[in-house]
Design a protein around this ligand. Structure first.
Ligand code: UT7
Length: 327
């Protein structure tokens, strides 16, 4: 039997500070009713002033390593999926390596926005399958609150901060990551973007004045593509593995909008008690949403050995991705 990769530990962390919809009613022209009905979000977590992305990574990683029974020194590769790293360079993965005390690891960041964790899972799976890595730490972490325009009601009500982590190791057993699937349509890059601060629009008075360091989103256009794309994606992922929707134990979707999640679940004829939902408490935590949800369902004992678990995400790029896991 060929080598596969297996998740041997999960962890997650969200900052303690809660910002609920009624707090946002005081900041922008919005209402608890609009946010709850249109998105399903009730609260989100916001990092403390001096807390960094790598701090969030560290908390989630320690938990995942503890759950896997792996010491930081044993880790040979660290991948952090993020679009809100501590700084453009060095990578947040290298900063995490120092904080964690994992001197034997290579380290790099990966950016596929909200699909980042599943892109990372796909890369990690390849490293493990080929024997290039034997103990890999993969983190999805975002500090979205630093990149939100708190005057823009169309974006600031949606996002939150948090991190989730997994440890991956090789296995020859039947469980593990069965397949991963990555897609992108760069022609729709401007549906969700943060145009300032990079080499196209380096920081200047003009970029700051024009608010180019904030997340911009064409929400409704993105919504339509997301629903259409994810419905196809979940079915094709199951088909690639000859698994019927009725055999699925759990769907762990990216947490952008409850209406998108419900539409995907309906397409799979999956009852909502087999769908992981946490956006009501954390909002959209981008690349952290899936590993946080995975950690929550794993710790709650909702995953049994041999269960089929489907993960799917959609985000800026546009990018979308999926993975099927036998737990
Ligand atoms: O994670 C990455 C991927 N992201 C996504 O998948 C997000 C996809 N998009 C969405 O989740 C939804 O499109 C949103 C939640 C962002 C917006 O919901 P929508 O039902 O598509 O609303 P809309 O953008 O069509 O706006 C409807 C109305 C507009 O007012 P008018 O023009 O009808 O008068 C908006 O100005 O709602 C207004 N609106 C708000 N009203 C109160 C927009 N944001 C707010 C707000 N509070 N926060």
């Amino acid at each position: 039997m060929q080598w596969k990769s297996k998740i041997t530990g999960t962890g997650s962390y969200v900052p303690e500070k809660v910002l609920d919809n009624s707090d946002l009613e005081k900041k922008v022209d919005t209402s608890d009713e609009w946010i709850t009905e249109r998105t399903g979000i009730r609260q989100r977590r916001i990092a403390r002033d001096r807390q960094t992305n790598s701090d969030l990574c560290l908390e989630a990683s320690r938990q995942a390593l503890h759950a896997a029974g792996v010491k930081p020194r044993e880790i040979d590769l660290i991948i952090v999926a993020t679009m809100s790293g501590d700084m453009p360079m060095p990578s947040t993965a290298s900063i995490l390596q120092r904080k964690l005390g994992a001197p034997n690891a290579g380290a790099f960041d990966l950016n596929a926005a909200c699909s980042g964790f599943l892109y990372g899972l796909s890369v990690a799976d390849k490293f493990i399958r080929t024997g290039a890595s034997r103990k890999l730490l993969l983190v999805g972490a975002e500090l979205n609150s630093r990149f939100l325009d708190w005057k823009d009601r169309t974006t600031c009500v949606l996002f939150g901060d948090g991190a989730g982590a997994v440890v991956l190791e090789p296995t020859r057993g039947r469980s593990g990551i069965l397949s991963t699937h990555l897609y992108s349509d760069g022609t729709l890059w401007d549906f969700i973007c943060l145009p300032g601060g990079g080499s196209e629009n380096p920081p200047s008075l003009k970029t700051v004045r024009e608010g180019m360091h904030f997340i911009k989103m064409k929400g409704n256009e993105t919504f339509k593509v997301a629903v259409r794309t994810l419905e196809k994606l979940v079915l094709s992922t199951l088909k690639a593995n000859n698994v019927e929707p009725s055999e699925l134990a759990m769907l762990i979707p990216h947490q952008a909008n409850l209406r998108i999640i419900s539409a995907t679940a309906r397409r799979l004829r999956l009852p909502m008690d087999r769908v992981a939902v946490n956006l009501d408490r954390y909002g959209n935590t981008s690349s952290a949403s899936i590993p946080i949800a995975l950690d929550e369902v794993a710790r709650a004992g909702r995953l049994k050995k041999g269960d089929y678990v489907l993960l799917e995400a959609f985000g800026a790029g546009l990018t979308w991705a999926s993975a099927l896991i036998k737990w």
